[in-house]
Design a protein around this ligand. Structure first.
Ligand SMILES: [Zn+2]
Length: 452
């Protein structure tokens, strides 16, 4: 079987334009058929990952757990090309490809430049995310193998071989999937390296419809085995799918919903992970819809939670009025007092403060109700965060921020909308420029609910 991810082929990407070019294992000269750049390849290098020395399993697991919960950081030098979370804007794809090629060429002569290796790995991941589902299988293959051949660190090689193995399995080429995996390290105490091995094992077991092996690799629940943050969504989907295949749809649905809700914006990641798996695998076919609905109910509840604070304001307004009125009735002012300033001030206070608090409270209750409707029955979409500004309101010292976004919803041209959200200033600054999943309802076109 010679698929685009066949282990027997050698496919490298042209450093100039990224086109896939098949090259002989023994190396030699070639020419890119797309841009005409000359290509020189040495002999196909040995890219197997060296095995870690044997280690007590309990010690290894402790090491792995200590590394969990650390997000992948974008390496310095890629700020202008890739977002912190690894997305490349469509109009920068060409430039990103060029930088990928230049970094790869540099590593060929300077294999020990670790900073360049980190950049190549991050760029490879970002470019492959942008290419996923495009149908350019050979281009994807060339990207991974091109990177693999110039990377020296075990962690980096394992990452590339994992991609190659999973893509081979996705195309039904199980022999090649096993061959790529056979050159991986099964016993690393580096979390990313270990997670790649587990995810790839689980992926191949999913392709061969072997759910018990999936659960052996990933654990029966999300707390059994630590998984690197970048691979959490795929682990959750494969694990839930294994439970579903074994007849336990309820467990599968619960796991998916829990992940969508606890990880905020990653709810959408679960959906996109499931979408790029082969349709005939029917991954989470019975549990995903239910999980989505359960997650929506959570979002709606959270979106409606501002009503509570609104009622508190409204009621404190009323309380001030009652206390003042009560005081006035039990100790009525005499005629002399009526004409003096203090009472006038008191009156202002008794009317003005409750009215102010009450109006603010009512606005918050109405806003929360709108947000709840949008979250419950709105459409899903994406939005880019354009600006964040303090509204001046603070609740328990946390500022209410106004978030301006540009919304993309299927079937409509992009448009501006906004929302208000309680947020610490440092959380807010991380959102600027980011793409976030949102919910939007045509009934309130200027407003969105953030799913983060
Ligand atoms: Zn080319």
């Amino acid at each position: 079987m010679n698929t685009s991810f066949s282990y027997r082929l050698r496919v490298l990407a042209c450093d100039g334009c990224g086109a896939a070019v098949e090259l002989p294992h023994g190396g030699g000269h070639g020419r890119c058929h797309r841009c005409g750049s000359p290509m020189v390849a040495p002999m196909r290098p040995e890219t197997a990952v060296p095995r870690s020395p044997p280690m007590q399993e309990q010690v290894r697991m402790t090491h792995l757990r200590q590394q969990d919960g650390r997000p992948q950081m974008r390496p310095p030098g890629l700020e202008a090309l890739v977002s912190p979370t690894g997305e490349i804007d469509a109009w920068k794809l060409g430039e990103a490809r060029q930088v990928w090629g230049a970094t790869r060429a540099h590593l060929r002569s300077q294999p020990s430049d670790l900073a360049a290796a980190e950049r190549l790995v991050f760029l490879t991941m970002a470019l492959s995310n942008a290419m996923a589902g495009s149908g350019d299988e050979l281009g994807l293959r060339a990207l991974y193998e091109g990177a693999l051949e110039v990377l020296a660190l075990p962690r980096h090689r394992q990452l590339m071989r994992g991609y190659l193995a999973r893509n081979a399995a996705r195309l039904g080429d199980l022999e090649s999937a096993q061959a790529w995996l056979a050159g991986c390290d099964p016993g690393s105490d580096d979390l990313q390296t270990d997670s790649v091995y587990r995810i790839t094992q689980a992926y191949i077991a999913t392709a061969t419809n072997d759910p018990p092996s999936v659960l052996r690799a990933l654990g029966g629940s999300e707390v059994d085995v630590p998984i690197h943050d970048t691979m959490d969504p795929i682990a959750v989907v494969l694990r839930a799918n294994a439970w579903e295949r074994m007849g336990n749809v309820e467990v599968a649905r619960g796991m998916l919903a829990r992940f969508m809700t606890s990880q905020g914006g990653l709810g959408a990641a679960v959906e996109s992970v499931a979408k790029v798996m082969p349709a005939h695998w029917q991954v989470c076919a019975q549990s995903l819809q239910g999980a989505r609905m359960e997650h929506r109910r959570h979002v709606a509840k959270r979106a409606g939670s501002g009503a509570g604070a609104g009622w508190v304001l409204l009621l404190s307004g009323l309380a001030v009025a009652v206390v003042f009125l009560g005081g006035t009735i039990s100790d009525p002012p005499d005629a002399g007092e009526l004409a003096t300033g203090p009472l006038l001030l008191g009156l202002l206070f008794a009317v003005g403060l409750p009215a102010g608090l009450g109006l603010l409270g009512l606005r918050m209750i109405r806003g929360a109700k709108r947000q709840k409707i949008i979250a419950e029955s709105g459409l899903q979409g994406q939005a880019r965060v354009l600006a964040l500004n303090r509204t001046g309101t603070e609740i328990n010292d946390v500022p209410v921020m106004r978030v301006d976004v540009e919304v993309s919803v299927a079937g409509r041209a992009p448009f501006r909308a906004s929302t208000k959200k309680l947020m610490q200033p440092h959380e807010a600054s991380m959102l600027i420029g980011r793409e976030v999943p949102i919910l939007w309802h045509p009934k309130y076109p200027d407003e969105v609910v953030l799913e983060v």
